[in-house]
Design a protein around this ligand. Sequence first.
Ligand SMILES: [Ca+2]
Length: 275
Amino acid sequence: MKTWPRALCILLLFNNVYCTTISSDITVDTTLTQSGSPYEVNNDITINDGITLTVDPGAVIHFSPGKRLTVEGVLRAEGTDVDRITLSTTQTHPGTDLSYDFGVASIRLVEGGSPEKGRLEVNINGKWGTVCNNGWGQHEADVACKQLGFDGGVLSSFTSGSGNIWMDNVVCTGVETLLFECQHSGYGQNNCDHSQDVGLICAGNQQPSSVLHNYWGGVAFTGNSAITSSLKHVDISFTSGNVPSDRSGAVEIIGNPPTFENVRIANCLSSRVEY
Ligand SMILES: [Ca+2]
């Protein structure tokens, strides 16, 4: 009885009918529609060799944390200017701004002499910069240290950085999984100088992948189908690559590459496209 809903789901998919949860590999030609959205993918799934998954304009697909889509067959995700296709996560990431990318490592501690301490730096659109200490307290230190995989931490001061001061007036409630989900003045907006750079001393044993659990694994093109996959007017966000250890691309190309047209990849903890 327990497997009945999944069987029903596959039957519905077979008839191209509305189905919200996808738990198994795509083994017959299937179309995901805007009216059936959002779809929730709660397993690692593969589009099998010889099979086409068509994603209609305006369709929204949300992946559970860590789950990824492997394309051995064909993925035809062709949105339009008005009805873009969304590939994202089931998890909410409040406060994050889709016009920014957080880089592969996203935050780090430097010049502290050991991994758990140092000046806090954040990566925005591929550039490392610092964080101003205006407003910093326990919640903010805890969120940053937890993002780094520690249990928590305290504000400190280390050598000053240089270049961008990316965040100022950071206010966290303490439940955020990313520093980027806390309120702040806007990236690059600050009235600080580098003497106010946040330093941290984190506590506990570092668990490198803790934050990745809110992110999905991205799309891997592994097949060598004669028919080329296509991504057109697609938004891909909140991937961490191949969870937990290998932060590979939001889109990873191992087999034949897809065609890309107007694809936006944002808010990822992974690189964008990896070959
Ligand atoms: Ca300030």
